[in-house]
Design a protein around this ligand. Structure first.
Ligand code: TRP
Length: 332
């Protein structure tokens, strides 16, 4: 079975866009590959989260992903900092990472543009840490979006430099795990792009949103003044509402509102009410599961411990071999 590694950013709560995007594919993938999923808490330090919040954030991320269906008995689910071997591999890989190359990284340039007062070396070497995450388990595939392709390319560079420098065929080049057509793009509620892309208040429906919150967000979604002639093409904002409806409602409901739109008798208020109800029906079981898991300290602890043990088994082996190849040999 192929080994797959992916990091989960401990920033913010999961929304419907995450669910129909990466998360649902992780759930499927765990049955088809030897999967390592981890909460990337080391990475999150580049933006200096408050020490009082870090642990709770990591726990919430774990609870949400478990509630969606990540099965810690099937995959390896761990916290990045519970595998400190990653940090040592990161140090070793830094010697193969060229600063010029790192400075040319698209995401680095984007980050310094957004936050010019916090250009720390951790930010610059973010791709090296990501390479360490991947190589510590010698993964073949990494399920990442387009924005992470360049990081994967850097990982392949380090693989080739390592193998060349030490004259070995030790690491293999990892490639993106392609979900193909299975990635569903969920639009946001503000009438523009993808859910979660814009920070606009109310743009995303989170899996933890209560019914009243869902209703408020959906009722505020952008619409137009309504169709004025039969079979009028839909504005983007309206198309987005229909896309959401298709994800959570029955085909009858979708067909019903399509008909009303096409004969110009649609009342967006009615459609939004239905959409809010159906989103809630879809989310409710996940939301309740998130709450139950987050409240079950013992269960979370068990999951994290089991994950750490499985991850260390793989990580320690790799690191020992890498140290040996490099020539780091203990004197005692
Ligand atoms: N950089 C990834 C993101 O922003 C998260 C991540 C960290 C990751 N390490 C990784 C993804 C290793 C895949 C493999 O989403």
């Amino acid at each position: 079975m192929e080994t797959v590694v992916s990091g989960i950013r401990p920033t913010g709560n999961l929304h419907l866009g995450n669910y129909f995007g990466a998360v649902r594919n992780f759930i499927k993938m765990q049955h088809d590959a030897n999967c390592y999923f981890f909460v990337a808490d080391y990475h999150s330090l580049t933006t200096h989260p408050h020490p009082d919040n870090l642990n709770a954030t990591v726990k919430q991320v774990l609870a949400e992903n478990l509630a969606c269906g990540l099965d810690p008995e099937i995959c390896t689910l761990y916290v990045q900092s519970d595998l400190p071997e990653t940090a040592e591999l990161y140090l070793l890989l830094n010697m193969l990472a060229y600063t010029g190359e790192l400075e040319r990284s698209v995401s680095f340039k984007e980050k310094i543009r957004k936050d010019p007062d916090n250009v720390n070396a951790g930010l610059l070497t973010y791709p090296v840490l990501m390479a360490a995450d991947i190589l510590i388990h010698k993964a073949a595939k990494v399920p990442v979006g387009k924005d992470q392709e360049q990081h994967l390319e850097y990982t392949r560079n380090y693989v080739n430099r390592f193998n060349y420098l030490y004259g070995v065929e030790y690491f293999q080049e990892p490639f993106a795990y392609n979900f193909g057509g299975q990635l569903v793009k969920v639009p946001g509620l503000d009438g523009s792009g993808k859910m979660g892309k814009s920070e606009a208040e109310g743009n995303a429906i989170f899996l933890i949103d209560e019914p009243e919150v869902i209703k408020k967000k959906v009722m505020r979604a952008v619409t137009d003044s309504g169709p004025t002639h039969m079979n009028q093409p839909k504005e983007v904002a309206i198309e987005n509402l229909f896309t959401l409806l298709k994800l959570v409602s029955t085909t009858e409901t979708v067909a019903h509102f399509e008909t009303l739109y096409n004969n110009c008798t649609i009342r967006y208020g009615d459609m939004k009410k239905q959409l809010a109800d159906d989103i809630n029906i879809f989310i409710a079981p996940i939301r309740e599961k998130i709450k139950a898991i987050a409240a079950d300290e013992k269960y979370i602890n068990k999951v994290v411990k089991m994950g750490a043990e499985k991850a260390r088994q793989s990580g320690r082996k790799t690191l020992a071999e890498v140290r040996n190849i490099i020539g780091i040999r203990s004197f005692f």
